[in-house]
Design a protein around this ligand. Structure first.
Ligand SMILES: NC(=O)c1ccc[n+]([C@@H]2O[C@H](COP(=O)([O-])OP(=O)(O)OC[C@H]3O[C@@H](n4cnc5c(N)ncnc54)[C@H](OP(=O)(O)O)[C@@H]3O)[C@@H](O)[C@H]2O)c1
Length: 205
């Protein structure tokens, strides 16, 4: 499968050093903060505020991986899904202080979201503080939260789709692949793989 990341430095793709410095003290060392995303060969992730493809196996994978864990998303991704996802703590980031939705915790910055996932919800006071939390998109939230994350779970779809929203380019020297499961999708006539990347220690992006 073709590599879909480019290897430019984070500064070249818009991640500012100030963001990186602010990221460091916000995450406790034991916590896994993971991006979960499906992307095509050109890092496309969305079109018209929805997914560009139909891949039920990926939705099942997403559900399997994220159930029982907090999920952080941008307001547009929440509107695209249309409801809180069951069995998960739903955290939505928005600048609109009036925005609210039943079953959702709303925050006004990504930093606030970071603090919240490390604070157990009232009904989960005995929960494991080191259990993973997932950033589930979309592009704006991936871009801003990437520096905080120490894991990425990526569905790499080996095809190009019509997209208007893209995952930011990454410095792949900062990540190492630790697991890969490859499959074929009859419906889209292409390969896809569930790939796990772990951040290389001390690498900034
Ligand atoms: N392929 C995948 O795995 C995947 C996963 C998720 C989403 N997607 C796709 O991605 C697309 C949506 O992505 P997107 O980038 O357009 O939107 P998004 O990241 O989902 O949401 C953007 C919104 O988040 C809020 N926001 C962003 N930064 C913020 C900050 N620093 N502080 C406070 N609020 C902030 C703003 O909400 P307000 O405007 O309310 O202030 C902003 O409009 C859709 O096409 C969706 O289907 C794909």
């Amino acid at each position: 499968m073709a590599a879909f990341y480019d290897t430019r430095m984070p500064q070249a793709v818009g991640l500012k050093c100030a963001t990186l410095l602010h990221a460091i003290p916000l995450l406790t060392p034991t916590m896994t903060l993971s991006i979960i995303v499906a992307t095509d060969r050109e890092r496309g992730i969305g079109i018209n505020n929805r997914l560009p493809w139909r891949l039920p196996e990926d939705l099942a994978h997403f559900k399997r991986v994220t159930t029982g864990h907090p999920i952080i998303m941008g307001r547009k991704t929440f509107e695209s899904i249309g409801r809180p996802l069951p069995g998960r703590r739903n955290i939505v980031v928005t600048r609109n202080i009036a925005w609210q939705h039943a079953g959702v915790e709303c925050v006004s910055s990504v930093q606030e979201a970071m603090v919240l996932v490390q604070t157990p919800a009232a009904e989960q006071l005995d929960s494991d503080a080191s259990a993973p939390a997932f950033i589930i998109g979309g592009a704006e939230i991936y871009r801003q939260m990437m520096p905080f994350c120490n894991q990425m779970i990526v569905t790499e779809i080996d095809k190009v789709f019509n997209c208007d929203t893209f995952l930011p380019a990454l410095d792949m020297q900062a990540w190492r692949e630790t697991a890969r499961e490859a499959y074929h999708c009859e419906h889209n006539n292409c390969g896809y793989a569930f790939v796990t990347y772990e951040r290389v220690a001390h690498a900034p992006n």
